[in-house]
Ligand binder design. Structure first.
Ligand SMILES: Nc1ncnc2c1ncn2[C@@H]1O[C@H](COP(=O)(O)OP(=O)(O)OP(=O)(O)O)[C@@H](O)[C@H]1O
Length: 545
């Protein structure tokens, strides 16, 4: 096709110019509304500019940003009569960045939010996917620098320790890029977390120190590439940043995984390579397919959870993370037992040349399949027992009523968050905001956080078992709910209705059926309950979620 393209270059040039001018018009009517709430998994496409070599060789662009979230791909083709034609197709992702967009634009739009999320104890995963030479390393390295700047320049609130390790996944082997490529292994600990055994973790205290580590890792990676007589990166490179805070006792650790994936190559591209290189390509492609399956399966699982009430989509979801070393390393991002929300950003990197469109289509197809369409279901109406149905006004009202005296300022705690967003907030961030109200001490902030979580957990039980009664009971610590109470599981927490609240007792925990009281002898069914006190230190509990 290359020679056909050069023979008909003027024709293709003209056609692409026509397409480009019409796509500019459609970009102008960008719909900002769809960006209102970024989903936990976002998929972007970044189309790099033509390189100098490509320009010298008279390539033109065959992949264009069509609208803010659509990339159009124009493939040269020969009609049966021998005349040239363009085969056009389009792909939809969350956001398309054209060649005029900088790494800073991507950072400001999404990655900055992931960085702040991690600083406050959240988990983020950033993956750059694409064919060899499509701009993955350029993008990840640029973003890493901006992440480092944000983390280390001291402008984020609070004091944290930053720990970093950078390693490479080549086939089934892991190499430490900050320790002379020493081989490391991966093991699952008793809690189901994957531990890198033998990895060297550094603790940079300045931006420069951190950036030097990134440079060291980059040099180690290219040493290996040169040794294989191979300019491109045939391995996945992972930079793991852990954020540790000592400010509150129960604070969670933040984690940011930035992954520069190995180039996806079609098997046909490696036909002229050695058997070893072909096997390597197969291994890389396999790991990328497993990665896609894991991301999709995790997203499907989240949807099934959100939809648990209707039971429509609740089915067993298999997440095959054990099938490759790469997905084992990233296990925490797919683990359904992980109670922390992972925010994931996948950047599909695209080489724009019209002679590379077959590869670009594969990359965009891969990116498209990562987007799991969320079934359109009617939003659940407001229910005071279910925080995920609360609007920001409901949240504010709840904070005012439940945060003691003087109440925690809802404008400081939840300036614009809905109930779902408040449940996603980690404890540190929740307490930090609560403490902005003068006179509020940490214990009270924690108690309110706990109250919200208790409600949320109970509401999940209600949603997954619609027959379960999450009702209030009398404050004599015995729940008297004949029949209905039989569905209550010991260990469940219950929030009492306002009219049932006495002596400030709002929350009780069901211990077990009351079989000895006078009421039960009369045939009434009740539960012995433990009172949950108003002090944050009154009890401890591991609640199933
Ligand atoms: N957005 C961009 N703007 C300008 N130049 C870019 C951009 N993206 C990539 N490039 C250039 O394109 C070339 C290939 O980019 P890069 O090395 O990042 O590709 P890659 O996908 O990581 O390739 P490999 O898989 O072989 O490592 C480099 O010369 C890089 O500087």
């Amino acid at each position: 096709m290359d020679s056909f393209y050069y023979e008909n270059k003027d024709y293709f040039d003209q056609r692409i110019q026509q397409v480009e001018s019409s796509s500019r018009a459609s970009q102008a009517i960008r719909n900002f509304e769809t960006l209102a709430e970024a989903p936990d998994t976002a998929v972007y496409a970044r189309i790099r500019p033509l390189t100098e070599r490509e320009i010298e060789e008279s390539h033109i662009r065959g992949v264009l940003p069509d609208s803010f979230n659509v990339a159009s791909v124009h493939e040269p083709r020969r009609k049966v009569n021998g005349k040239p034609d363009l085969n056009s197709s389009s792909f939809t992702v969350d956001e398309v960045y054209g060649p005029d967009k900088s790494t800073r634009d991507i950072y400001d739009d999404r990655v900055q939010e992931l960085t702040k999320w991690v600083w406050d104890g959240g988990m983020s995963l950033l993956l750059a996917y694409g064919r060899t030479g499509s701009g993955k390393t350029f993008t990840v390295t640029g973003l890493e620098k901006l992440v480092v700047e944000e983390l280390m320049d001291g402008k984020l609130a609070g004091v944290r320790e930053v720990h970093v390790c950078i390693f490479e996944v080549t086939g089934n082997n892991l190499y430490d890029l900050l320790n002379d490529r020493v081989q490391v292994s991966i093991m699952e600990d008793a809690f189901g977390s994957m531990q890198l055994v033998g990895i060297l973790e550094k603790n940079p205290t300045t931006s420069d120190e951190f950036l030097n580590l990134i440079e060291t890792a980059k040099a180690q990676r290219s040493v290996a590439s040169t040794a294989r007589n191979d300019e491109s990166s045939r391995s996945h490179s992972v930079c793991r940043v852990r954020i540790v805070t000592k400010e509150t006792t129960s604070s969670q650790e933040g984690s940011f995984l930035l992954v520069d994936l190995a180039g996806s190559e079609a098997s046909a591209d490696t036909q002229h390579h050695s058997r070893e290189r072909m096997a390597e390509t197969r291994e890389i492609n396999k790991s990328l397919t497993i990665l896609k399956d894991c991301i999709r399966a995790r997203a499907l699982w989240s949807i099934s959870q959100a939809d648990a009430a209707t039971q429509k989509h609740q089915k067993h979801v298999h997440i095959p993370f054990r099938s490759s070393k790469l997905t084992q390393v990233l296990k925490s991002a797919f683990d359904v037992k992980n109670t922390q929300t992972y925010k994931t950003l996948v950047i599909a990197c695209i080489a724009p040349s019209i002679l590379d469109v077959a590869h670009s289509k594969n990359t965009l197809r891969y990116a498209e399949t990562l987007k799991v369409p969320v079934p359109k279901s009617k939003p659940r109406p407001f229910d005071k027992r279910i925080p995920t149905t609360w609007t920001n006004d409901h949240v504010k009202e709840w904070v005012k009523k439940n945060s003691g005296k003087p109440p925690i300022n809802p404008l400081k705690l939840a300036p614009k968050e809905s109930g779902i967003e408040m449940c996603r907030l980690n404890e540190d961030e929740f307490c930090r905001r609560a403490l902005l109200t003068p006179g509020v001490e940490l214990e009270r902030a924690k108690l309110l956080y706990f109250k919200l979580w208790t409600l949320h957990i109970d509401s999940r039980a209600l949603l997954s078992r619609p027959q379960a009664i999450i009702e209030t009971g009398p404050t004599d610590t015995t729940l008297n709910r004949p029949q209905k109470a039989k569905t209550i599981k010991p260990g469940s927490f219950f929030q009492l209705d306002t009219e049932d609240i006495e002596d400030g007792i709002e929350i009780v925990m069901a211990m077990g059926p009351d079989i000895i009281s006078q009421k039960s002898k009369k045939g009434e069914f009740g539960y012995i309950c433990a009172v949950v006190g108003s002090s944050a230190t009154a009890f401890e509990s591991n609640m199933p979620i």
